[in-house]
Design a protein around this ligand. Sequence first.
Ligand code: ADP
Length: 500
Amino acid sequence: MPEKIKNYIAGEWIEAASGNTFESRNPADSREVIGLIPDSNAEDVDKAVAAARSAFPSWSQTPAPLRGEILFRAGELLVKRKVPLGELVCREMGKIMPESLGDVQEAIDMLYYMGGEGRRLSGETVPSELPNKDARSLRAPIGVFAQITPWNFPIAIPSWKLAPALVAGNTLVYKPAEESPVCATRLVEILVESGLPSGVLNLVHGFGESVGEPMVRHPDVDGVSFTGSNAVGEKLAAICGTQHKDYMMETGGKNAIIIMDDANLDLAVSGALWGGFGTTGQRCTASSRLIVQNGIYDRFLETFTRRAEKLKVGNGLEKGLETKIDIGPIISKEQHQKVLDYIEIGLNEGATLHLGGKPYCEGSCAYGTFIEPTIFTDVRPAMRIAQEEIFGPVVSVIRVSELEEAIALANDVPFGLSSAIYSQDVNTTAIAERDLDAGLIYINASTIGAEIQLPFGGTKRTGLGPREAGGRGGALDFYTQWKVIYRDFSGQLQKAQIDD
Ligand code: ADP
């Protein structure tokens, strides 16, 4: 029997007001239903926002180090449950076991990091220009945030949003992706078990239009954090704009790895395989374009193809094979069809299908949504497969002659999330660092692998609003507002800037 999942509102686990449910299924084997999920609507959202609003005064005044301690405890519980949670990530979202465990590890790192921020949330103290007066700034909580997450990092991305917002003293209404709701529920359970008071975090399951949008439009929500598709992010940002809400939208990527003639070939091939086919290409930082210099092009393509052919596609939990699988399923039938449509588009545009290109249905994979690792060559930069986010195991290889041309091509897309270059020449890589237009730049490493202690996000249509994660300019800048305090203890009227 599939598990019956509930919403968590005002400290209680409850069904959706409608009483309806939908299924979460294993993308590697659609015969397996993992959970029955509350199909919520605006009524549930109203209750959740009211709970978050009434919890705000007391949570925002709870000392930040105590808020941080709850996150530490949650991190410890995640450490204890890392393996079963990793298996759940693999079953519900499909990524292979090492990556599923990595998903949980990223949440552990984020909870510990943001837990520590409870004792650091620092502002500035500066000298006043007047005697017997002091001047300082502090980070104040903002209020109620709506948070909406995607399915591709079902534990990690929720932790990116929940942990900084909570340590900063805000209260939350959270909607996870409809494809990975059981994973999100486990994370919320852990936070509750760690001591989060009632109403501080409210979980409302359901679909974008029936739950996500009412959350964003709700007049008692102060800010919105969203990760997902470009179209939805831009639409939600527009709503926030008209309602004077803060927003942070993390959206698409079309990331490139540049491989120069002097690159370490094996290293570059390993990076291209990991970036192109890791997580089945379903990362916003996936390396879906490989821009390869003339002199190394043939050797690179030959080695890359030989190693891509050997990648094993399958169910990451299949007994006896779990450590050997490299590529899991695509998340859903719709997404599977969308990736196949892009392969068709590439062919129609005149690119050469060099490897793969078909659904993979061997053995038990017949019950899942798998696609062979796919490589296109003869790709012109303006083709849709080289411009649009595919979110599948599809890589375009593009030939160039010069560094400047390579950088111009890498930048010539609507997105600017992550770019990488392989070269042994320090001058070449320094020019790339300066001229690549992206939020994340990797030197001799793939486009994936961001660490949580620095800001995450990009330029152009990759996002709107501030960046996620840690470090200067990271998520705490979004989840707090600056308050400046001037205290005059002179007992006189003192006037700044006025000559007396
Ligand atoms: P993806 O293609 O990655 O599923 P989406 O943008 O469709 O990207 O979904 C990401 C998250 O946004 C999911 O939680 C989804 O339910 C939610 N979502 C989708 N449409 C809307 C919408 N109109 N308003 C609010 N949330 C939405």
